[in-house]
Design a protein around this ligand. Sequence first.
Ligand SMILES: Nc1ncnc2c1ncn2[C@@H]1O[C@H](COP(=O)(O)OP(=O)(O)O)[C@@H](O)[C@H]1O
Ligand SMILES: [Mg+2]
Length: 368
Amino acid sequence: MRPRVEVQEAADIIEPYSNWMCRKVAGAVGVEICVHFICIQFKCSTTSPTSRPFDGFQFAVTQVQIPLHGLFMSIVPLLTTNLPGLTPKSGKVRDIYDFGDRLLFIATDRISAFDWVLPNGIPDKGRVLTQISRFWFGRIHVPNHLLSMDLDDLDLPAGINREELIGRSMVVRKTKVFPVECVVRGYLSGSGWKEYCASGKVCGIPLPAGLRESEMLPEPIFTPATKAESGHDINISFEQMVEIVGADTAEELRRLSLHIYETAADFARLRGIIIADTKFEFGQIDNQIYLIDEVLTPDSSRFWPANLYAAGRGQASFDKQFVRDWLETTGWDKNSPPPEIPAEIVEKTRDKYIEAYEILTDDTFPWL
Ligand SMILES: Nc1ncnc2c1ncn2[C@@H]1O[C@H](COP(=O)(O)OP(=O)(O)O)[C@@H](O)[C@H]1O
Ligand SMILES: [Mg+2]
């Protein structure tokens, strides 16, 4: 919960107020540490000049940085959005606001694992995912849903906190979504590896004998899945996909998926990241197909550091592996609300997401 207070007294406000806010924030996030730096945003709720000019001002903490293992990190994740008068459609990670033919597509800092959203988030994760998708949209020459990164392109209600939305929001075309997850696998991993061990196939596609875990496939394969409203997506055959979207569309989505994966995987490999597999979504407006949703992020793909790669075992990865590994140690039954992620795991996970952004884009993450 973002601390928000009405300031009663104006005189000498910044110093005592900052100290007080430090204590309040540290208490609110349950971390007994000194808050070194606070960005505060001033919001004037009265325009009439009075003898006490600070009356009615609101202070909202937008960013807090704490020293943790010598590093500074932002500790206030954005878990929910609140646009006055508007109701979002919420996925596991995104809050989506409908503006007619466009959507405001906001990636929160929520994190899911084993199909559950965890109670706390990873600060700035939504920004990492959004900026990585944006990066790819600019490089992949396939029509996509991104219209703009500028919130001013929408008629937003007054009183929203723009600061927290910047960097994690996209204005996108609203499309009719094809109800199929377009998965491409370039390497043998996860459920694909298990299936291969049992049957020599992945999603019904026969593969050569003798492949090892994490081994590169002779060529990338397209393995569609249903888009489950809740719980696990279910793998389907290409023939089942044809039944859902029709033969022409199924073939076009397969062609696009393989083309995008191959282009992106070649690029990422040069930067030192192996994209082992990924999932795309597509939508349609009239007869035009658009690449939608998030694209080639650590949440929708397996990213492996190329310098640590070796076939024959599992790989280090740039995603929520720390969270999954930690969850496995907690005794959580995966059938009830999951426990809160400890600060150390939050920090490591945040670092991994940011590292993926920086390696891929060869750029410094702007919200460090
Ligand atoms: N351009 C678009 N038009 C309509 N729906 C979209 C568009 N882009 C993404 N979506 C949908 O928005 C949702 C994204 O929210 P997310 O939190 O990732 O959901 P999920 O829990 O289903 O992964 C997905 O259901 C996706 O199909
Ligand atoms: Mg999603």
